[in-house]
Ligand binder design. Structure first.
Ligand code: A3D
Length: 321
């Protein structure tokens, strides 16, 4: 059987890491694309030269023309600019929206059947614009944010409780970052909800709140340390899990930005919710009942995404149609 084809639009920090992980996991042949001539070619060659050492078989190539992504099965989009210290994700909107228009046109022409994972920030607005620009069906275009946000939450909790990261599950909803909604009653250690662990005396409520806040600020914490860009290892690992679930029809239940059609009272917007990813792309959007404070947090998150979408429509009125 022919190998799957994975196209990476953007070959920067995340793009390069995606290529390495996709290679090591033997998910398929990999095409790196970027406007910076030489970068995708150089990274492809470098990773191909790691293949004999790591023992994986994959063809890797770099390109500066969209024709190279022809008939890709999975496309992961990181093209654009990342944050620098002091910048919010929203500061990236104007530049990255133009990039999404170009990427959307490339997808429409060369990879209309692909499963597309957008990572470019501000995530919830960019994935919405990318789906519109590309015209691809909504079940084939998703945004990566929730897997990363919940991974950060899981890591901090595992450190706090001195337990394996594998035994901590986390449930997050909403937009990426500052307004994400971590649901503590659905986040667990080996199935025991965090709210019960508070009652059992594992952790004080205030300490748990601090960890939730650190999770919300998780991206900025890395940006402030790196100074020259934003996180890339964990974001890449998070998108790879989503790609793998699609390619292997694993039907993983993962938090991701999906186009909602009335779920959680939201229509026509991409918001982070738990979804099932299988061979048909987004196979299910999982809706749970929220209590008052959870609903209030989600409403705030949705309002901030709405503001970004409106800003996109101002710049590119065709998106509003
Ligand atoms: P970076 O290392 O700068 O890579 C971006 C690449 O995009 C560069 O190589 C650019 O040359 C390339 N590029 C710019 N414009 C175009 C274009 N028009 N067409 C094709 N390629 C282009 O950034 P990065 O890899 O660190 O981050 C990429 C994006 O991911 C940024 O927008 C980040 O803000 C975002 N990001 C999102 C998350 C989420 O959880 C959603 C996490 C971390 C980063």
């Amino acid at each position: 059987m022919a190998r799957a084809k994975i196209a990476l639009i953007g070959s920067g920090q995340i793009g390069g890491t995606l290529a390495l992980l996709a290679g090591i996991k033997e998910l398929g042949d990999i095409v790196l694309f970027d406007i910076a001539d030489g970068v995708p070619q150089g990274k492809a060659l470098d990773i191909a030269e790691a293949a004999p050492v790591e023992g994986f078989d994959a063809s890797l190539s770099g390109a500066s023309s969209y024709a190279a992504i022809q008939d890709a099965d999975v496309v992961i989009v990181t093209a654009g600019v990342p944050r620098k210290p002091g910048m919010s994700r929203d500061d990236l909107l104007g530049i990255n929206l133009q990039v999404m228009e170009q990427v959307g046109a490339g997808l429409k022409k060369y990879a209309p059947n692909a499963f597309v994972i957008c990572i470019t920030n501000p995530l919830d607005a960019m994935v919405w614009a990318l789906q519109k620009f590309s015209g691809l069906p909504a079940n084939k275009v998703v945004g990566m944010a929730g897997v990363l946000d919940s991974a950060r939450f899981r890591y901090f909790l595992a450190e706090e409780f001195k337990v394996s990261v594998e035994d901590v599950t986390a449930f997050v909803l909403g937009g990426h970052g500052d307004t994400m909604v971590p649901l503590t009653r659905y986040s667990t250690v080996a199935g025991i909800p965090l709210t019960d662990l508070v009652k059992l005396g594992w952790i004080e409520k205030d300490r748990l709140e601090e960890i939730v806040q650190r999770t919300r600020d998780g991206g900025a914490e890395v940006v402030n340390l790196l100074k020259t860009g934003s996180a890339f290892y964990a974001p890449a690992a998070s998108a790879i899990v989503m790609a793998e679930s699609y390619l292997k029809d694993k039907k993983r239940v993962l938090p991701a930005a999906a186009l909602l059609d009335g779920q959680y009272g939201i229509k026509g917007r991409y918001i982070g919710v738990p979804i099932v990813i299988g061979a048909n792309g987004v196979e299910r959007i999982i809706e749970i009942e929220l209590n008052k404070s959870e609903q209030a947090m989600l409403d705030k998150s949705v309002a901030s995404v709405e503001g970004l979408v409106e800003a996109c429509v101002k710049i590119a009125p065709a998106l509003g149609a």
